[in-house]
Design a protein around this ligand. Structure first.
Ligand code: ADP
Length: 229
């Protein structure tokens, strides 16, 4: 599993006169749990998008292992992105599909066999404690349950890295804690976790590395809090 490295990264969006990111130098080691904290507009999403090559740096370089994301050919991007599982604030579930089908779909699109799907999906759903909800549709689930489905879908391909961008943004406190706990569990199983959030209080409970960004710059990088959740 590769490290993630940012070297002197700047990011400017064309229609924005401000730098979304400025002089970002960062090493995230394989297997780390890293939170990226900052206000809305600070640059958290931009930073995460550079990691899975959804955006390209304007200056500087982003590496995944030895691979510079600038050198990945467009036709290879879908394969490159299989290294990453992503989770977002708005869940992005398919409303016409059941919980089982939403997770299975991630395997179908990469051509997995029916046997593999029938074996893998229940395993992952039981890991996020949703096996009993397999046949429900997203609109029959709570926000916390929807996010667990999204997490199951992100995990199903066994990616090396999970990127969670404001995964608790639509959740109440108890459900948010459950999602953070699950991310900690997934991290213990070996995946690198990158959690972008404005919710400093919740990551301060995780006892893990917290990188603070303000106006596109890193202004803090330390292990915070105690592992209390
Ligand atoms: P955060 O995730 O911390 O809210 P973002 O990375 O989304 O921050 O945004 C950082 C800055 O870049 C903001 O000023 C935002 O308006 C700008 N920005 C983000 N995406 C785009 C885009 N696609 N086009 C133009 N500006 C953008």
């Amino acid at each position: 599993m590769p490290n993630i490295k940012f070297v002197k990264v700047e990011k400017n969006y064309q229609d924005n006169k401000f730098n979304a990111l400025q002089n970002i130098n960062l090493l995230i080691k394989q297997g780390e749990f890293v939170s990226i904290v900052g206000k809305s507009g600070a640059g958290k999403t931009t930073l995460t998008k550079l990691i899975y090559a959804e955006e390209m740096p304007t200056e500087g370089d982003v590496f995944y292992g030895k691979r510079n994301i600038k050198d990945i050919k467009k036709k290879h991007l879908p394969y490159f992105r299989r290294n990453f599982g992503t989770v977002f604030q708005d869940f992005k579930l398919l409303p016409q599909k059941t919980v089982f089908e939403n997770v299975a779909y991630a395997l179908e699109v990469i051509g997995s066999s029916t046997d593999a799907i029938l074996e893998e999906v229940p395993k992952i759903l039981s890991m996020v404690d949703l096996l009993e909800e397999s046949d429900k549709y997203p609109n029959q689930l709570s926000g916390g349950e929807k996010q667990k489905v999204a997490l199951a879908r992100a995990l199903i391909n066994r990616p090396d890295v999970i990127i969670a961008d404001e995964p608790t943004g639509n959740l109440d406190y108890i459900s948010s804690l459950e999602i953070i706990k699950l991310l900690l569990k997934i991290n213990e199983l070996g995946a690198t976790i990158i959690l972008a959030t404005h919710d400093e209080a919740i990551v301060n409970k995780a006892g893990k590395r917290v990188i603070t960004i303000e106006d596109g710059k890193i202004v803090g990088d330390q292990v915070k809090g105690k592992y209390v959740i």
